[in-house]
Structures are given as structure tokens and as C-alpha cells.
Design a protein around this ligand. Structure first.
Ligand SMILES: Nc1nc2c(ncn2[C@@H]2O[C@H](COP(=O)(O)OP(=O)(O)OP(=O)(O)O)[C@@H](O)[C@H]2O)c(=O)[nH]1
Ligand SMILES: [Mg+2]
Ligand SMILES: [Zn+2]
Length: 364
């Protein structure tokens, strides 16, 4: 060991009794553990008290993997063998405490965003296509993974005090006592509060659309420009993602943060449970519906519809609930059902095309 050995303890990286007890149960006591801090195409960067390694999974592990969820992801604790020269082999992923995942649109594949996360920061900027509904989508993903969500409203330098106040009260009306942190990386407002919010040894995941300022915020937390952010002058680059990979950073105050590429659309994955959590209010009302399988769309004796009518339930919230539920149910449909739906849709398109042709729309 060199004299400049860092003084990092494994607990500083987020390790706890939870993982340790599984490690012994799985008979992995003889192997060192490390945390996955970045994911590349066919390799991972892992870190423990002895340093960082470029790591690959064993062929056996790859062979045994049934789905994407069996592969390591950023945030995971893995057992490794140190191969020297900062290389390692990953044997096993220790059971996860929490997981943020989403369904890739169009594909029946799960994408793991990050694991073993304590708090999901849902970052939204007040410019661009600010939307209250989007918060709910992110909350559902967080709740589904057993993770507490919190809102960071960024770029508050771009609006007036009055406009900001009205945004805050909209958020409070809709989401009640959600933790809300207002920030600007330009004026540095709110950054001290954000730092104070982040606790030692806890892991925070930054989620949100591209360009809301996730990487800029993390750079401020780190105290230097560790991550590349979008250049303000490159207007032509709009819509392009600046961050392309997921990566974990360790803050001086002991907090751990994960930066993510912006999400173009927030898929609902299998977040049905998460949705009901987000919409607790609706779930509680639904218990009083006349029919147990009430869909709260047209049924007589529906308590949810009654609550909208009387103004006890926010209509925007209900509409968002309905569309998210539909989406999640679609994703949860079996592969067979999906294929049937696709086939039906294909038929429908074909018939429509034939008809249009007959009426002379040749370029359809
Ligand atoms: N006015 C203002 N601009 C900001 C603020 N924070 C970030 N920006 C700018 O917003 C742009 C996007 O910031 P990024 O940090 O790259 O955004 P991101 O969320 O990491 O984006 P992706 O990596 O693409 O997901 C950059 O031009 C930043 O300089 C802020 O508080 N106020
Ligand atoms: Mg970024
Ligand atoms: Zn109902």
C-alpha cells in the first residue's frame, strides 16, 4: 500500500449493515465489495475503500442473467476480485435496497436508472415546458422503487418573485407537503439549503428533463466544474442531451449524488403501485366506490367522480391519474395481449390506407 492511501471508509460510500448481512448470507464474506459508480458500454467503474477499478462481470454471471435487472447498475454494491492494476471482476450484485427503473418506450425492456437511492430529486426548471403533471410521473417512478421524492425547482433567476410565488402555491396545492427546494446556479440562491438537505452517507439521484440544470447543480455541490454542462450560447444544440451516462459523485459533506441524462419522456414502467401511492387521495376515495372494480370513469356510485363534481378533488390531478393509469396498464399487459393489440392496430392502419388509396390519397 502506498503512503497516500485515502482515508475513505466503505460506509462513506453508502455501505451499511443492510448489505453486509446479505453479503455474509450469500457466502461472499471472502470477497471485497465495491460500489458501481459509473456504467459504460461493456464495463463498470467501481469504488471501495482501496480505490477505483474498471470492472467487468464474469462470463458465468452474464450467462445466468435472465433480464436487465440481473446486471449491475449505478448504485449497486457488488462483490469483486481485485485483479491488480485497477482492474476487477464483478461476481455478484448484492440485493438492492431500492431501485429506480423505467420502461424503455416501444421495447419491453426495463432500464435501471440507479439503485440503492435514498432520495430522488425531481429537477424541473421554470423555463421550457414546465409541467405539474410531469412531477407526478417522476413521483410514481420513485414511489414504485421505494424512494422518497423531493422537488428541486431550478433557474428561479429567470422569473419574477410573483410568478415564483404562484408556482410555489400551485405545487403546494397539488402535492401538499412535498419537500421543495428552490435554486439558481446563476445567483446561487438555494444552494446552501440544498447542501444542507443532503445527508452524510445517503445517496441522491437527480432526475428530470434535459436542460433543467441537473449537472449544473451537481457541479455547484461538488464545488468545481466536474461535469460538462450545456453551453448557454449553443442554441443550435437545443434538445440534445449534454449528459449521456450515469455517474456517481461524492460530496465533501459526505453526501452521494447520481447524475443522469435527461429523460425525453417519462415512461411508467410497472409503476402501478407507485401511481396509487402518488394519488393516495384518489385511492382513499376509491375505497368508498360502490363497485370494487370501479374504474372511476362512468360508474354510478363512484366516489372519485363525486369528489371532482363537488370540488373536493382537483380535476387536473384526476386527469393525470387516469392517463398514467392507462399507460401503466398498457405496459403491464402481457406480451401476448400486446402483440394482439399491435396486430389489430396494424390491420386498422392497413384498412385505412386501402380506403385512402381508393379515394385517391396516393401519398399516404
Ligand atoms: N438561468 C439559469 N440557467 C441555468 C441554471 N442552471 C443551469 N442553467 C443552464 O441550463 C443549461 C442546461 O444545464 P445542464 O446542467 O447541462 O442541464 P442537465 O439537466 O444536466 O441536462 P442533460 O445533461 O442534457 O440532461 C446550461 O446552459 C446551464 O448553464 C440556473 O439556475 N439559471
Ligand atoms: Mg447533465
Ligand atoms: Zn370509482
Amino acid at each position: 500500500m502506498s503512503e497516500t492511501k485515502s482515508e475513505i471508509k466503505i460506509e462513506d460510500l453508502g455501505y451499511s449493515e443492510f448489505f453486509e448481512s446479505d453479503r455474509s448470507k450469500l457466502g461472499l464474506g471472502g470477497f471485497p465489495v465495491a460500489r458501481v459508480i459509473a456504467e459504460y458500454k461493456e464495463a463498470y467503474r467501481v469504488k471501495n475503500e482501496n480505490g477505483e477499478y474498471l470492472a467487468k462481470i464474469t462470463g458465468k454471471q452474464m450467462f445466468n442473467a435472465l433480464s436487465r435487472e440481473d446486471y449491475p447498475a449505478v448504485g449497486d454494491w457488488v462483490s469483486i476480485t481485485d485483479l491488480g492494476e485497477e482492474r476487477a471482476v464483478i461476481h455478484k450484485v448484492l440485493p438492492r435496497r431500492t431501485m429506480i427503473k423505467r420502461k424503455c418506450s416501444g421495447k419491453n425492456e426495463i432500464q435501471i436508472i440507479a439503485t440503492n437511492i435514498d432520495v430522488a430529486f425531481v429537477v424541473e426548471s421554470i423555463d421550457g415546458d414546465y409541467s405539474l403533471n410531469r412531477f407526478e410521473r417522476y413521483f410514481a417512478i420513485a414511489n414504485d422503487g421505494g424512494i422518497k421524492p423531493a422537488i428541486i425547482l431550478n433557474k428561479i433567476d429567470l422569473i419574477s418573485k410573483e410568478d415564483l410565488e404562484s408556482k410555489i402555491s400551485q405545487i403546494k396545492d397539488r402535492f401538499g407537503d412535498i419537500d421543495l427546494i428552490l435554486t439558481s446556479t446563476v445567483t446561487e440562491e438555494g444552494l446552501a439549503r440544498l447542501k444542507g438537505y443532503i445527508g452524510k452517507g445517503k445517496t441522491y439521484c437527480f432526475l428530470g428533463s434535459s436542460g433543467v440544470g441537473k449537472s449544473s447543480l451537481i457541479n455547484k455541490l461538488i464545488g468545481r466544474k466536474a461535469i460538462k454542462t450545456k453551453d448557454i450560447d449553443l442554441r443550435t444544440d437545443r434538445g440534445r442531451h449534454t449528459t449521456t451516462g450515469r455517474e456517481m459523485y461524492f460530496l465533501e459533506n459526505g453526501g452521494i449524488v447520481v447524475d443522469n441524462p435527461g429523460m425525453r419522456e417519462v415512461g411508467m414502467a410497472d409503476a402501478t403501485a407507485g401511481i396509487d401511492n402518488v394519488f393516495d387521495e384518489i385511492t382513499v376515495l376509491a375505497e368508498k366506490c360502490k363497485y370494487v372494480d370501479c374504474t372511476h370513469t362512468h360508474e354510478p356510485g363512484c366516489e372519485v367522480l363525486a369528489a371532482i363534481k363537488s370540488g373536493r378533488l382537483d380535476e387536473g390531478k384526476y386527469n393525470n391519474y387516469a392517463s398514467m393509469k392507462k399507460e401503466a396498464e398498457y405496459y403491464e399487459a402481457t406480451e401476448l395481449e400486446k402483440r394482439q393489440k399491435d396486430r389489430q392496430f396494424g390491420k386498422f392502419i392497413k384498412t385505412a390506407k386501402d380506403q385512402l388509396k381508393r379515394y385517391g390519397h396516393k401519398d399516404f
